[in-house]
Write a protein that binds this ligand. Structure first.
Ligand code: SAM
Length: 467
């Protein structure tokens, strides 16, 4: 089967595969590269990424090594209008819809912008969960990289792990967890090793649940486009109502991540042998159990290992309810963490003229105007220095060595040309205000393996323990 570019990106960008067009910091556009554009019949340029930095025909990107810096081409962007017209018409013919209404969410923001320049460049990046998270079409709030990397570590996601994820939303966590649990191997022929060849490996899987119909549909399509359907199984389901079995089968989950508004309503489905009768009434309410539907309870959990769980909730009241239900249901090691990630901007501070004089260093001017203004100022200083002091007393011109006087013309010109003194600027850093960094509270817990009196007897017999 096809190798997912998220799992095996290879050395170069390939046709019909996802790539991430990096425009600038915090601005990336995911694009499936296509050498053939079905909307472009009759025209020669093929599919084109149009950005504010210029136009980039897909044909010029396919085959380039990941990380390449690519200059914009001078393509006839007028044909883009023709292509869009054709596309709209075809869509409306197909769906019998009003062609003027574009579907929101599908087209990356950048692609909708008018092309104003063609002189810029982009970087061509491979699809990774991190790049996908910062460029994906948002359908919901998403879990960001600092949170999901910590979560995946704490719930012990690793190759071979079965993870339950609900709700899937925009699929940010889905992609990160797919990479974490994936345990396949590429074969030398370029495909996946078959299960029989690698039968000693346990195949990890993400069991993903989403109850919003359109979000579910979009995610199914995305997972197919990204070649991840062997690793991610998406089910359209209200998990609080109907639990986590898929086609009556247990995912045998080792780890669980709940990004739901009311995770405490899903917890009663995540037990080993059904919840105590009390929880069914008080906490789970009518949302409760398979047993209440007259079916024997089948646990969605792996019976042989302690199960690690994380819930993701923005409010402390949600945390309190979740923790309370966790305690009732026998979860242990309950703890809460907030990942307060801060972006620290580190840069060299440009040093002002006065500071520069005191410390013998001079800042690099920001632009030509500033450079000219500084030269004028220096000319003035030069005259004062060699002529009359403001007091009116005549002073002898002092002999100052060139390198000691930061304000002589040569030194300044040297600094402008070599940008030497920039490197000597004072190192400063700035952090974002705290309030911007709150995402959610992460509640972690572990459900131990069930241990009966019989199990204890067996263990004692096995290890010859005398009590
Ligand atoms: N973790 C996702 C990501 O990283 O992109 C974002 C999840 S979003 C905040 C929460 C999602 O949970 C929504 O898409 C919502 O439709 C879904 N949801 C809410 N209640 C649900 C339920 N009872 N069963 C299944 N999905 C549910």
């Amino acid at each position: 089967s096809k190798l997912s570019p998220f799992l095996h990106a290879g050395p170069v960008a390939t046709d019909n595969n996802l790539s991430i067009i990096h425009l600038k910091r915090d601005l990336q556009t995911p694009t499936i590269l296509r050498s053939y554009d079905k909307d472009d019949e009759g025209y020669s340029e093929g599919k084109v990424v149009n950005t504010r930095f210029g136009s980039f025909p897909h044909k010029t990107l396919i085959g380039l090594p990941w990380g390449s810096q690519v200059r914009a081409s001078r393509v006839d962007t007028g044909s883009r209008g023709r292509r869009q017209e054709k596309k709209k018409k075809r869509k409306s013919d197909e769906a019998g819809l009003d062609a003027s209404k574009e579907e929101v969410g599908d087209t990356p923001k950048e692609e909708k912008e008018t092309v104003t320049a063609s002189s810029g460049f982009i970087h061509l990046l491979p699809p990774t969960p991190e790049n996908w998270t910062s460029s994906l079409p948002h359908r919901t709030q998403v879990v960001y990289t600092p949170d999901y990397s910590y979560i995946l570590h704490r719930i012990r996601a690793r190759p071979g792990t079965n993870i339950i994820e609900a709700g899937a939303g925009s699929g940010s966590f889905t992609h990160a967890s797919a990479r974490a649990v994936y345990s396949g191997l590429p074969s030398t022929e370029g495909g996946e090793l078959s299960v029989s060849t690698s039968k000693r490996r346990r195949l990890g899987k993400v069991w993903s649940f989403e109850f919003h119909e359109q979000r579910h549909e979009k995610l199914v399509k995305e997972i197919q486009d990204h070649g991840l359907e062997g690793v991610v199984q998406i089910t359209h389901r209200d998990v609080c109502e109907d639990g986590f079995l898929v086609n009556e089968e247990s995912p045998k989950a080792d780890a669980i991540f709940l990004d739901l508004p009311a995770p405490w309503l899903a917890l009663p489905h995540l037990t080993r042998s059904g919840p105590p009768a009390k929880e069914e009434k008080e906490d789970a309410g009518s949302n409760g159990m398979d047993s209440s539907k007259g079916k024997p309870f089948v646990s969605p959990l792996n019976p042989t290992v302690p199960v690690h769980l994380c819930t993701f909730s923005p409010c402390i009241e949600q945390v309190q309810r979740t923790v309370s239900v966790m305690r009732h249901l026998g979860w242990t090691d309950i703890s809460m963490v907030e990942v307060a990630q801060k972006r620290i901007e580190v840069r060299r501070e440009r040093v002002g003229i006065d500071n520069g004089q005191q410390r013998g260093i001079q800042a690099t001017p920001a632009n030509v105007d500033e450079a000219l203004a500084r030269l004028k100022e220096v000319e003035g200083n030069f005259q004062t220095f060699h002529g009359q002091e403001p007091t009116g007393e005549t002073t002898k011109p002092k002999k100052v060595k060139r390198e000691q006087n930061p304000n002589n013309r040569e030194t300044i010109m040297e600094s402008l040309v070599e940008r030497k003194v920039y490197k000597e600027g004072r190192l400063v850093h700035k952090t974002e205000p705290d309030v911007k960094t709150h995402t959610s509270y992460l509640v972690f817990a572990i459900l131990p393996v069930e241990w009966t009196a019989e199990d204890e007897e067996k263990a004692r017999a096995k290890w010859a323990i005398k009590v």
